[in-house]
Design a binder for this molecule. Sequence first.
Ligand code: NAP
Ligand code: ZN
Length: 354
Amino acid sequence: MFRCEGFATPAADQPLSPFSFDRRDVGERDVKIDILYCGVCHSDLHQARNDWQNTVYPCLPGHEIVGRVSAVGPAVTKFKVGDLAGVGCMVASCQNCPNCADGLEQYCDNGFVATYNGVEPQTGGTTFGGYSEAIVVDEGFTLRIPDKLDLAAVAPLLCAGITTYSPLRRWKVGPGQKVGIVGLGGLGHMGVKLAHAMGAHVVLFTTSPNKAEDARRLGADEVIVSTDPSQMDAHANSFDFILDCVAAEHDVNAYLNLLRRDGTMCQVGAPEKPLSVAAFSVIWKRRSFAGSLIGGIAETQEMLDFCAEHGITSDIEMIDIHDIEAAFARMLKSDVKYRFVIDMATLKGATQAA
Ligand code: NAP
Ligand code: ZN
């Protein structure tokens, strides 16, 4: 074991604060990564506040991790000390079930091990995430980071990037298709960039009219203010695919009704309360309402390589880790442009006084 510093919360109603804890030593197949940057996903906020009723405390979030390898186990083949490396939402899975065999570890029949709030198979303890100085991860769940992209802006690709890339690929988004992205936050802005790079006609739905200009700069061909019924009605029965990236309660039927025959709306946003689909929203026009969870490890590597090829990274606001609660508060107000990323250098010494 070695001592590690991070930021964690002891309870749903408590702020994140400096926290010292032990990490396992580097095993046979492990890489140790000194964390340089970690993105702030809305899931971190849901989890810290126990929105999904499954948080184990203390909770140390963070699953958009990039850093430099500082140690490797004897059986590691993909990484050497000094390499850049990334970790997303998963750190292990059973590797035996049909879903793991298909490279879809996120759908592991025995439950993948989440980067935080999971049960670490090597120790039986709770996993702690990327709001910390270092992490030890099996090389099979460690991603190679393209070196020609801005490192801090790559971090959000590890969750926001893959969570939007995977469904866009699954439903074969490409030229000639009209694709809607709902919500211009961390996930949504990656959805806009990626769908644009895949050649689709991209339409952003937003509740924030002041984001329209940014949306066009990011790759949207059209912007619809979703609170204006006349703008919504003008697009009835016209979308091939809609990706819903909204973190709060909202009416999904308003978007389902904009799908053309056989169109699909895919939910990636995960509000705490159930979403309600009216039967006729899908019966008419034989529409589908689907969901998607992050992406497998191989597909995450494919996404990183796609982003390197197309020069795609996240638009970020860098923060000091001491400002994490202020970042959470802004996130709740849909005021993020378009992903907060923690500069982990600001962690140094944070817990020494604690
Ligand atoms: P985020 O940065 O906070 O963005 C969410 C966006 O949703 C906001 O910027 C806002 O965009 C829109 N929005 C907020 N409240 C709304 C409301 N009441 N009605 C309509 N739109 C609203 O969050 P994120 O990090 O992108 O995460 C989004 C959601 O995806 C979260 O629930 C997160 O837990 C989930 N998630 C799921 C997966 C998965 O694997 N499925 C992976 C990661 C995250 P506008 O201002 O443009 O309206
Ligand atoms: Zn996430």
